[in-house]
Write a protein that binds this ligand. Structure first.
Ligand code: MCA
Ligand code: AMP
Length: 504
């Protein structure tokens, strides 16, 4: 094998007349057509001067083209760096410079806004999409491609994850990390060429890109490929899909809709949830309304998927199931690293072929997060019950998960603390009926301080919309413990009912 991901996941599509993607408007793209596009894009990447190991950064709307670009990067051995479309130019600048991207691909309408950034750093900028410059370059390229030779350990993708402190870190994912996980999940979740996945997740994160897409490619299956989660389109697609992967917000939104019934899900065989905790209550309501038990699984950008509830056997509400075959998972005392007996709560640590290669150009950070015996410290706190089910009980990291997107409070606090009139801030996640957790800024203000409109205007220029607070709480002082540390747990307790009481 010369290029494990291309040969296993993408090469089988070439020349095949079977459907691969069905779009929201009913348009079908066959496997063969998709592979032709992938090949043309691969040649266009090479025409831009990129070589195996170079990085291509992409901030583009979800589309079959973006997916074909992922395939093109795999075929050419170019490291794929997808970026959240909500990121502001400020946020983008850090990622593309940190990874020394050779090429930045964006939607045609974003080209002008991002040209100064690309120019400043000497990064080639092209646009992806109908009428885009990259598409023009690809148009006359051959529709067959010789893949670049790649080894299991070569990098396939770089995905940035923010940190509790300091700069965002690029998680280096190898060919083997991605492929081994896809192979495990296909078997475990029984995906076959008969499956049609309802795909409504973004494709710039592990969940929508690797878990969903790679599993479908490996199984030789197809997808109803939607630009985003749109509830009407989701109900419409359930009549022809067999499986859905979603974040808990998908499930709570569907449950609120009177159309959800055993009939509407009659064609589906499997509902999978992950990226954030699925409330046991949501799991139970879903079972009662549809007759399907949601299969909850757990993973991380750094590790791909780690645990899953069983396909056969009890899918236990509130748990994330068992470690995947090939994944070794233990619970430890976070400080000493000592393994704890079954039933005790501690740090979840993992090891396996799915675990990443380290953080891009951050050997010290990488070393800090691995134990000497190779286990990676997830920052999640968990417990294993007598039957082996893992339950996540909390996080040792200061992280908010809002609708499946991670928000690191520190990043928001640093911006708030710089603003005149704000003495200090504590950014916390509070339970939210739609998003699971919502970002809230608790502010200690000097005098009247700036109003919310002013604060939001400042933040909007620098931070993606999903990181911006959904509410502000003003206090004369932030609560502190005797060591002088702000008591976020106390704040979360005091304002726990904030969104349910104010009916956000
Ligand atoms: C959109 N908004 C959000 C979020 N999404 N605010 C906070 N949190 C969010 N997640 C903003 C919008 O900009 C908008 O702002 C307002 O909230 C309402 O938008 P709405 O139309 O309701 O949102 P939406 O477009 O329907 O999106 C909600 C969503 C979406 C469907 C839940 O966020 C989503 O697809 N999330 C999935 C994320 C994901 O794939 N995570 C996987 C990470 P305004 O109206 O003010 O402009 S990978 C991972 O975690 C690991 C590896 C794993 O285990 O999978
Ligand atoms: P990310 O950095 O986007 O990869 O997010 C990974 C984090 O999402 C994990 O460390 C967990 O805290 C959280 N996560 C993922 N799946 C689940 C789940 N099923 N239940 C609870 N938390 C989850």
């Amino acid at each position: 094998m010369t290029n494990p991901i291309h040969d296993t996941l993408f090469a089988p599509l070439a020349g095949q007349p079977r459907p691969f993607l069905t779009l929201a408007d009913g348009t079908q793209i066959t496997a063969g057509e998709f592979h032709d596009q992938l090949a043309r894009y691969g040649h266009a990447l090479r025409a831009c001067g990129l070589e195996p190991g170079d990085r291509v950064a992409v901030q583009a709307s979800k589309s079959p083209r973006m997916l074909a670009l992922y395939g093109a990067a795999m075929a050419t051995g170019i490291v794929f760096l997808p970026l959240n479309t909500a990121y502001t130019p400020d946020e983008l600048e850090y990622f593309v410079t940190d990874c020394c991207a050779r090429l930045l691909l964006v939607d045609p309408e974003r080209g002008t806004a991002l040209a100064p950034l690309a120019g400043r750093h000497g990064i080639r900028l092209e646009s992806l999409g109908a009428g885009g410059s990259f598409d023009a370059l690809a148009a006359n390229q051959p529709h067959r491609i010789d893949p670049a030779a790649r080894a299991d350990t070569d990098l396939a993708a770089l995905l940035y994850t923010s940190g509790t402190t300091g700069r965002s870190k690029g998680a280096m994912l190898s060919q083997r990390n991605l492929l081994s996980n896809a192979e495990t999940l296909v078997d475990l979740w029984r995906f076959t060429e008969k499956d049609v996945l309802l795909h409504a997740l973004p494709i710039f994160h592990t969940h929508g890109l690797f878990v969903a897409t790679n599993v479908i490619l490996r199984a030789g299956a197809q997808m109803v490929f939607m630009p985003k989660f749109d509830i009407d389109q989701v109900f419409e697609a359930m009549g022809r899909a067999t499986a859905m992967m979603g974040v808990p917000t998908f499930y709570t939104r569907l449950l609120e809709d009177p159309r959800l019934s055993r009939d509407t899900v009659g064609h589906m065989r499997l509902f999978i949830s992950g990226s954030a905790p699925l409330l046991a209550e949501t799991h139970q309501q879903w079972s009662a309304r549809t007759g399907h038990d949601i299969l909850e699984r757990y993973g991380m950008t750094e590790t791909n998927m780690l645990t899953s509830n069983p396909y056969d056997g009890a899918r236990r509400p509130g748990t994330v199931g068992f470690p995947l075959p090939g994944v070794s998972l233990r619970i430890t005392d976070a400080d000493s690293g000592r393994e704890l007996p079954q039933g005790q709560t501690g740090m979840i640590e993992v090891k396996g072929p799915n675990v990443f290669q380290g953080y891009w150009q951050m050997p010290e950070k990488t070393a800090e997060e691995f134990r000497a015996d190779g286990y990676f410290m997830t920052g999640d706190l968990g417990v294993i019950d007598a039957q082996g089910y893992v339950t996540i009980v909390g996080r040792a990291k200061d992280l908010i998960i809002s609708g499946g997107y991670n928000v690191y409070p520190k990043e928001v606090e640093l911006l708030l603390d710089e603003m005149p009139g704000l003495r200090e801030s504590a950014v916390i996640g509070l339970p939210h009926p739609d998003l699971g957790e919502a970002v809230v800024a608790v502010l200690a203000v000097q005098g009247d301080g700036p109003d919310e409109g002013q604060i939001m205007a400042e933040l909007a220029a620098k931070l993606a919309r999903f990181k911006q607070p959904k509410a502000f709480i003003r206090l004369p002082e932030l609560p502190r413990n005797t060591m002088g540390k702000v008591q976020k747990a106390e704040l979360r307790k005091t304002y726990a009912a904030y969104f349910t009481q104010t009916a956000a």
